[in-house]
Design a binder for this molecule. Structure first.
Ligand SMILES: [Zn+2]
Length: 450
């Protein structure tokens, strides 16, 4: 009882000291974030553009032009970085031959995802974190495989972020495994992402988070005259696309429409990204993707994985999916000259900070439950230690039901707490945290004791 009273005191003190946010950065992550370099990103994009077109059905046998040369170039980059990883990084092009599908593939096509897998150092930790961007590009006609399709921003920006994260992170050790991938076939119907998501689901890979980076290096809309390089969007699904009926019942019963896996990940991206990247606001958008558009995270959420899309705040449609041309004095086409490499640097750093914090953190707490046997204005939460990683303790996250973000964060080194907050009025989450302050994703408790 005494123990409980003192714990309660600590909690009350913590809650009353909420007026200030204390930012504590892990110096190892901070150092990696500082290594993200806008000149590196620019040079990767110029190299990708130099392949003329990276359309999915363009040549894959020419060594200077087309998607084949591009994917081999990414592989060479990954292999060069792997030399710093002491044998922990495996790189390859994962290929499949796709038959014509009557949609956006009209001839047998050799599709290849360029992969780099940085194996975790903890043999008991099977968690995987994935960062993705698409290497393929397109012009106005999606079937055109010969015209120049520079794809500097769509999605040279995302692919460059993947390469830059691989460069910096390959030199570091993480408990969990990180997968860096530039996929192909996005513009032809999310084909490369679907190929990868299917394999991961079939092989039961323990993929805990997927960050899809697509179109994130341009800062303006010429339509609305907005120029802004301080904000980025993260899209996350609301009602999950996976096991819809089963999940919908739980959501309906407990009001969890804003607490799915993707939404938790989006919240984590915002909180972690803003902790490590200065002058960047992460704007959560409560939908899976934009109107009329798709993205590589979607095949992953359809398989039940936590996946989000990271995209610039203001898209410029003169520079996406356009033939390179000048018309009525307007320059069209997805060219590097229209990009903001400082914005891309920040967005890459955002990805890096999230991946590093996740892969360094202990795994999520297990069997997180909320006591629901009795009518009481207290809330009792209980859980079990995570499967992998050294734990210093846990953060109890609390927010009002109308709040988008966690409002209180309370530390405990126990695996059960009784809080003076009614479970009827607040949402809760529990994260594992280690000595360096790296937190796992939050787990929302399920009712216990019925
Ligand atoms: Zn794209």
């Amino acid at each position: 009882m005494k123990k409980f009273v003192s714990l309660l005191l600590v909690i009350l003190l913590a809650v009353s000291a909420q007026s200030q946010t204390i930012i504590q950065r892990d110096p190892i992550i901070e150092k990696m974030v500082n290594e993200v370099n806008s000149d590196s990103l620019k040079s990767y994009i110029n190299s990708m553009v130099s392949f003329g077109t990276r359309q999915t059905m363009s040549t894959f046998t020419d060594n200077k032009r087309g998607i084949g040369a591009a994917r081999n170039w990414v592989l060479d980059k990954f292999n060069a970085f792997a030399k710093n990883a002491g044998g922990r990084m495996t790189c390859y092009v994962d290929t499949i031959t796709l038959p014509p599908d009557g949609k956006r593939i009209n001839e047998p096509t050799n599709l290849g995802n360029t992969m780099a897998i940085l194996k975790g150092t903890d043999p008991n930790d099977d968690r995987i974190f994935l960062i993705s961007g698409h290497l393929d590009s397109r012009v106005s006609d999606v079937m055109n495989k010969t015209s120049d399709a520079p794809g500097a921003n769509d999605d040279g920006s995302g692919a460059a972020a993947v390469i830059e994260c691989a460069r910096i992170m390959s030199k570091q050790a993480f408990g969990a495994t990180i997968v860096f991938v530039t996929v192909s076939g996005e513009e032809q119907g999310l084909l490369g992402a679907n190929f990868l998501a299917t394999q991961m689901a079939d092989k039961k890979w323990n993929l805990e988070a997927m960050l899809n980076n697509d179109i994130m290096g341009s800062n303006n809309s010429t339509e609305t005259n907005i120029i802004d390089n301080t904000r980025v969007r993260v899209f996350s699904e609301g009602l999950p696309a996976f096991e819809t009926e089963k999940v919908a019942n739980i959501i309906r019963n407990y009001g969890l429409e804003n607490d799915g896996k993707a939404r938790q990940l989006a919240r984590y991206v915002k909180e972690t990204g803003e902790r490590y990247v200065d002058n960047l606001q992460v704007v959560m958008v409560y939908r899976n993707d934009r109107f009329l558009r798709g993205g590589d995270h979607t095949p992953f959420v359809q398989k039940g994985f936590a996946a989000v899309r990271i995209t610039e705040m203001n898209e410029n449609y003169d520079h996406q999916h356009q033939d390179v041309r000048t018309e009525n004095g307007i320059r069209y086409g997805d060219l590097p000259e229209f990009m903001d490499f400082e914005l891309l640097r920040k967005n890459t750093a955002l990805n890096l900070s999230c991946l590093a914090n996740l892969a360094k953190a202990p795994a999520m707490p297990q069997e997180v439950k909320v006591e629901s046997k009795n009518l009481t204005n207290y809330t009792t939460l209980m859980w079990k230690a995570p499967k992998a990683g050294a734990v210093k303790g846990y953060y109890i996250l609390i927010r009002e039901s109308t709040s988008a973000f966690w409002q209180k964060k309370i530390f405990t080194d126990k695996t059960e707490v009784k809080l003076p907050y009614s479970k009827d009025n607040y949402f809760f989450g529990v994260q594992s945290v280690n000595k360096a302050g790296n937190e796992s994703l939050a787990v929302v408790p399920v009712p216990a004791g019925r």
